[in-house]
Write a protein that binds this ligand. Structure first.
Ligand code: ZN
Length: 413
């Protein structure tokens, strides 16, 4: 019996008239995977109104209304700060007061924020008991590399990875560590993928910075060998930012999970479909305009457990990485551990079971998995949320709307 996994990084999409079931369906998929609470982002450009694109608080209200009766498991939101918003930093204190103690900022993409506002957001949020999550990649290095590649005619999806170097990730990670140190506030690095970036987190921690970092199952289980695949779908399916890295980086991430310089594992689930978002690659759309991300909401526990045990991590450490620490750092006070005073979010897990992962067996809204054909050890049998069975003997017996929105306490540990 394990505490339910707490996935603090997902890009589940809210229901629309055309796709009324997608938020519900991904919440069910999470449950099948042994996740009992997930954090979603309200991503810019995925179904929100123009007013929500300009204001964090409008976005929060809209998002809560859109998800109010949809989830099968408990959930919360972390708001994405966009550079197109009028005054996102000014809205952060009120956001925390509404039970949303984290927000995410991007150094890259067209909704990035500049360094001045990044520093202000970090400071304002940290002083209010919140924590900023930061996507760390250097925009100058990446934009230049992308422009050069496109000018050379290197537009195929495999060139995505070549333009997003570990140096670009490392220099951005270093800068946010310096910001957090100067502001004396906690910070959380999302989806850390490389040894070069990890070194800066490790050094910052040693100097007393409240620096936290997550990595994702895809960096732990897959490598950049994927980008040499002959199938364009297989390559496009792994267009992720940061991209998959060589095995030397993967080894460094496992070492970081073992020694505590990495705090947790979260999925960065993006419900892209091969037949829709990723199909752009087949039509010859350049790599910089192919949707970034891959599905993973259903495979957090299976990949972490199966690969982690094989690397020699204890079950206790793995539970810490997928449940206890994410709950603690993200202010989910009643989640993440089997303990008096916490919710009875439980997973009955068969550690000896062996199975092969197949997209056809999954329940998520995507039509593929990057782990197709992966052999894993361990299987989720039954799942309980607040004591109620949601999955029993491998079948969904929960209810749409049973999941509650969780108002969170102070973040950052
Ligand atoms: Zn993400």
């Amino acid at each position: 019996m394990l505490p339910g996994a707490v996935d603090v990084h997902t890009h589940t999409r809210v229901a629309t008239d055309d796709e009324p079931d997608r938020f519900f369906q991904d919440s069910v998929a999470a449950a099948f995977g042994g996740t009992t609470t997930f954090l979603a982002f309200n991503n810019p450009g995925t179904g929100s109104s123009p007013a929500a694109e300009r204001s964090l608080l409008v976005g929060l209200r809209e998002w809560r209304a859109a998800t109010a009766r949809d989830s099968a498991i408990d959930y919360a939101v972390s708001l994405a700060i966009s550079g197109r918003m009028n005054d996102p930093v000014g809205e952060l204190p009120a956001m925390v007061d509404e039970g949303v103690s984290t927000a995410k900022a991007f150094m890259v993409f067209d909704f990035r924020i500049d360094d001045r506002r990044l520093f202000d957001a970090l400071r304002v949020l940290g002083r209010r008991g919140g924590m900023l999550q930061v996507h760390c990649e250097d925009p100058v290095l990446i934009d230049t590399a992308v422009a050069d590649a496109l000018a050379r005619g290197d537009t195929a999806p495999e060139f995505h990875a070549a333009t997003r170097t570990t140096e670009a990730e490392a220099v951005a990670t270093h800068r946010i560590m310096a910001f957090a140190r100067a502001a004396d506030v906690p910070v959380h690095v999302v989806h850390l993928s490389s040894a070069a970036a990890l070194r800066h987190v490790r050094e910052a921690k040693a100097r007393g910075v409240r620096a936290h970092a997550e990595t994702c199952p895809h960096y732990l289980a897959l490598t950049d060998a994927r980008y040499a695949a002959s199938s364009i779908d297989e390559v496009a399916g792994c267009v992720i930012s940061p991209p998959l890295r060589p095995v030397s980086d993967q080894d460094a991430l496992w070492a970081g999970l073992a020694d505590g310089s990495l705090d947790l594992i979260a999925t960065d689930h993006v419900p892209d479909r091969m037949a829709v978002e990723k199909a752009a690659a087949r039509r010859g759309v350049p790599f910089d305009r192919i949707s970034n991300g891959a599905p993973g909401i259903e495979t957090l526990l299976s990949i972490a457990y199966s690969e982690g045990v094989a690397k020699g991590l204890s079950v206790e450490r793995l539970v810490d990485l997928v449940a206890t620490t994410p709950a603690r750092l993200f202010g989910l006070e009643r989640k993440g551990a089997i303990e008096l005073g916490r919710d009875a979010d439980l997973v009955l897990f068969d550690p000896a079971a062996r199975r092969t992962l197949r997209a056809g067996d999954f329940h998520h809204t995507s039509d593929y998995t990057p782990y197709e054909g992966f052999d894993v050890t361990g299987a989720v049998r039954s799942v309980f949320v607040r004591g109620r069975p949601v999955i029993r003997d491998g079948a969904f017996i929960g209810q749409r709307g049973f999941g509650r929105f969780v108002e969170r306490g102070a973040a950052g540990g």
